[in-house]
Design a protein around this ligand. Structure first.
Ligand code: NAD
Ligand code: UDP
Length: 339
């Protein structure tokens, strides 16, 4: 297939790019590199021994999208481009609605004009909001997402559902990711956060390599087994392979479909830290601090719909995720370097 990958230089996009190239697909990446480096693409090219066509530009640029899509002969679009920092989304909601919502609408318009009807979209477990009943299924009632970021993703889901209803030529897969961590096992590509990492594993990794002093554990008084927050961490390569499974599904069906991509298993912050201590052979310095506003006690997936429909399931456990993430972190303490 010929695939347009928006945001293909980012953390998730670059790992999906590897899977697409290894599956024999032709890929064009559209990215404005606002949160990534062209070096990620160079490394993927070296890993896969394939060239990737790159278009530098913005998903909100309708003229650019029209040109790329009308000239390209694409069979599908995998749409990762967007902004994802929960805290920033509270301070700058318009940025989030503009890039995530307006950008996705622009992309869909250009796809419809060009007659490209297969679309896989990066959504998030954040659309479920604060829930007490676990695990989360795709039919769990959707609470109010806690941030403009989560709400922007839910809005895009709704836009795409309405679009597919109005134009049944579209086949649209919504993938609700749980907590992606890890890196390609080669250690050549991985997550390269800008500034202070907001997420547990990248922050803990920077403490482990000595770039930060101490890991703050956000609350140990949650109603969970050890009092710390529980999440469904999924290896980035398992997550990436879920995209190819969704793409295969869309080859034979034009529908709007939603799938959770998670492992079905929750781990507490303390479990993650204990496993990381094992992987690194160090004892991570910690301090228990107040709960982080907006955090939920627990969140894990029921992935059985993806297992049944897509014949996909996560195969790697927490130890594999952290060992692969650690390899990337050690080999690339400064990520991809200057950007
Ligand atoms: P990322 O920031 O590493 O990748 C996003 C990519 O999109 C970057 O390369 C960035 O430069 C590009 N981009 C941003 N705005 C753009 C624009 N206007 N035009 C063109 N390119 C643009 O993030 P990621 O972790 O790889 O996430 C990919 C997608 O998955 C995002 O949509 C994110 O919201 C979603 N998601 C991520 C997580 C997670 O924990 N990483 C969880 C759930 C959902
Ligand atoms: N967390 C933490 N310290 C950190 C970052 C996160 O204790 O520096 C906790 C957080 O409260 C949550 C879990 O780790 O219980 C996962 O948080 P992350 O930000 O990685 O993912 P999300 O909250 O988006 O699920």
């Amino acid at each position: 297939m010929k695939i347009l990958l928006t945001g293909g230089a980012g953390y998730i996009g670059s790992h999906v790019l590897v899977c697409c190239l290894q599956a024999g697909h032709d890929v064009c990446v559209l990215d404005n590199f606002s949160n990534s480096s062209p070096e990620a693409i160079t490394r993927v090219e070296a890993l896969c021994e394939r060239k990737v066509h790159v278009e530098r530009g913005d998903i909100r640029d309708i003229a650019l999208l029209r040109r790329i899509l009308s000239e390209g002969g694409f069979d599908a679009v995998l749409h990762f481009a967007g902004v994802k920092a929960v805290g920033e989304s509270v301070a700058k909601p318009l940025k989030y609605y503009d890039i995530n919502v307006a950008g996705s609408i622009t992309l869909a318009q250009a796809m419809q004009e060009a007659g490209v009807y297969r679309l896989v979209f990066s959504s998030t477990a954040a659309v479920y909001g604060d829930q007490s009943a676990m695990p989360l299924t795709e039919t769990s009632a959707l609470g109010q997402a806690a941030s403009p970021y989560g709400r922007s993703k839910r809005m895009v889901e709704q836009v795409f559902e309405d679009l597919q209803m109005s134009d049944p030529r579209f086949g649209i897969a919504i993938l609700r990711y749980f907590n992606p961590v890890g890196a390609h096992p080669s250690g050549r590509i991985g997550e390269d956060p800008r500034g202070e990492p907001a997420n547990l594993v990248p922050y803990a990794m920077q403490v482990a390599v000595g770039q930060r002093e101490v890991l703050s554990v956000f609350g140990d008084d949650y109603p969970t087994s050890d009092g710390t927050g529980v999440r469904d961490y999924i290896h980035i390569m398992d997550l990436a392979q879920g995209h190819l499974a969704a793409l295969d599904y869309l080859v034979s069906t034009s529908e709007y479909r939603v799938w959770n991509l998670g492992t079905g298993r929750g781990h507490s912050v303390k479990e993650v830290i204990n496993c990381l201590n094992e992987v690194t052979g160090k004892v991570l310095p910690l301090r228990i601090v107040e709960r982080r506003p907006g955090d939920t006690a627990q969140c894990w997936a029921d992935p059985s719909k993806a297992v049944a429909d897509l014949d996909w399931h996560a195969t790697r456990g927490l130890h594999d995720m952290l060992a692969d993430h650690w390899r990337w972190q050690q080999q690339n303490p400064d990520g991809y370097g200057k950007r």
